[in-house]
Every structure is written in C-alpha cells, then in structure tokens.
Design a protein around this ligand. Sequence first.
Ligand code: AMP
Length: 394
Amino acid sequence: MSFSTLGLSEPILKAVAELGYTQPTNIQKRAIPVILSKKDLIAAAQTGTGKTASFVLPILERLNTGYTLRGKRIKALILTPTRELAVQVEASIAQYSKHLELSSMAMYGGIDAEPQKQRLIWGVDIIVATPGRLLDMSHQRALHFDELEVLVLDEADRMLDMGFREDINKIIERLPNERQNLLFSATLSDDIRSLAKRAIGSNAVEISIKQDATTKPKIEQWLVTVDKTNKSALLSHLIKENEWQQALIFIETKHGAAKLVSQLEKRDIKAECIHSGKTQEIRERILADFKSGKIKFLVATAVAARGIDIDDLDRVINYDLPDRPDDYIHRIGRTGRAGASGEAISFVAKDNFRNLCAIESKLGHIIERKEFEEFPVKKVVPVSILNFVPKNKQ
Ligand code: AMP
C-alpha cells in the first residue's frame, strides 16, 4: 500500500516522499482514513509506530482549505505532556506542511510568554502545547478557541501521569462542542478510557496498534546485576570496553545525575546531565548537543528525558531501574526507532528485585543477564518470578 491511496493531496504526498517514507506504517494505514472522514479516534499506539504522522497528515489535509484565520484563533490544538515533545511534534508538522500555506507553533512554559503571544496575534493554524501554558494563554485571552476544529491528546497516558488531568478538563470546557477529537496513548488503561469518555464521548473509532515492520524497534535488551556501590565503575568499564559512542543514561535523582557526571569525568568520560533543576534554555541546548553528537553521554532524570526523541539513539541505560514497568517500556522505546537497531541495558541491584519482577512479568519474559568478572556481585539478585503482581498494582 502506498501513501497515495490514503486520500492525501499532492503537497502532503510530496513532503512525505521527500522524507523517504515509502509506505505508510500500520497506524497510518488505519488512522488516516478515519481522521479524514472527520470521525473521532482513540488509538493505542506507542512512540516509534509513526503515530505523529498518522494524525498530522490528515489534519493538514483537513485544514488546507485556503481559509485564513482571524487573529488569536487556532484551527487545531495538539496537547503533549512535555515541552520537548511539543517541539518535536511541531518540527514534524513543519516538515509535513512544507508545501502548504499552514502555520504551526509549539507553545510551552518555562520561557517568556511574550513572543508566543505576539505570534498568536496573527492567528496560528496548528498549536502544539503543553497543557499548563496553553491554559495560561487562554486565561490571558491571548488565544480563543471559537474556530477550533480538531483536538489531539498526544501521549495521553503521560499527560495523566504528569498530573495534567485537571488542566486538560479545563481546556476541554473552553473548546467548541463541534470538533474532531483524537486521542493517542501507549496504553488504554481505565484512566485513559475515563479521560476519553469526557473528552471525546462514546462514538469514537478505536484502534490498537502493535509495532509494525516499518518502524518495529529492534531492541536488544539485557541487564547486569551489580552492587549499588559499583554502578558508576561498571558504567565506565562498559563504555570503555565496548567503545560506546553514545548513550542516554536514566537516573533517579538530580543529585545522582550531577554526581554520576563527575564520576564519569574522573574516568575521562565526558558526560552531561539534564534535569528539572536546569533552565529550559540550557536543557534545550544540551539536548541539541546530544542530538548532534557533540555530547555523547547524557545522564537524565525521567521527567527531563520524557520528550527526548532521537531517531538513531544507539542505546539507553537504566542506571536506576524505573519503579513502573510502563516506564521501562517507554524508556527502552527511546532506542531502536524507525527500524534502526538499539540496545537497552539495565543495572539491577538487589533492592530492585521487586521492580525487576514487575517489569519482566509485564514483558512476559526474563531479560537476558550478562556478567562481568571484574564486577562480582555480593548482593545476589534472584531470578524473577514471572506473573508477579506488585502489592500496589498499577
Ligand atoms: P513516531 O511514532 O511518530 O514518534 O515516529 C517514529 C519515527 O518513524 C519518526 O522518526 C518518523 O520520522 C518515522 N516515520 C513515520 N512514518 C514513517 C513511514 N511511513 N516510513 C518510515 N518512517 C516513518
């Protein structure tokens, strides 16, 4: 199947072809016709499936009417959990709309609101925003929703995790009743369904996508059991022995991130860290340097790393294992994007045993273990019990 059979017009097909997309991914095949028919949609699809194009392309098609906006008006609103994701989605829109006369803008907090307000004065066709800043702007009457046609909730599960439920509800109250609603989420939990019911109603088409061949990540997962005190030495060893050129390293705390960077530097490994204690401007610069390869090793707390989207990220390392299996799956999805291969490595100390059981139960298999004789483990981590159900079940 090719893109041309999906009902998209020439300027969009041209932009897609220029990006080297030869055929639509599964989610694109299924979502694009539904969205073009102006129906509401709830889709279970993870990052890496091509989901962004699956809603952006038909939205562009729908909005490409030549009709000009009034000032402070928008036609489509895409809500995302993080600033980084907002920036990435907007960058995709800019690519896909290259041959169209549609405008787009990312809007997020942590930076001066004035330039964003100035831009809104002329009207912007598509806004990609984090919920907090959008609500602020709306309260300040910097934008109005009376011409809004489409609402997208992207990574809705993340937005709920990050405590945006109230903000989302408040935003929805301000939108016109006549609108198209699209919700994308990695999982369709009860929580997501209740959000969907409120935001979308009950007539939405529902689709669920497994990873498909075009973008299916080839992620090699393995873990190494390690005593807590040996983690930084083990990491340095692995980087040097294997001559790794790039890694995104997840860590639990800001303090831990800064400490690990200095421990690596003591062993002549140059690294940077990114966490909520750094300003938005610095975080963006570090991210850009990591993407360009100027920074090879980036140590990130989970929140700071949420929106990182790098197509050819070789490897992610769970220096600290996440508490929740969904976070593990989300993190490893940062590598092996769009058909490339990637590696996901977890450091597991004895204290992490319960988390490991939960993760492996969710995966449905045990993660391969590797041992390094230079790092014998004093506190042995037992092999998981699959079908483990943690007490505070998610
Ligand atoms: P997403 O799931 O939206 O984060 O997309 C994952 C990656 O797949 C992005 O880098 C896209 O550029 C890429 N992509 C999206 N659609 C296609 C396609 N039809 N063919 C090849 N790559 C694609």
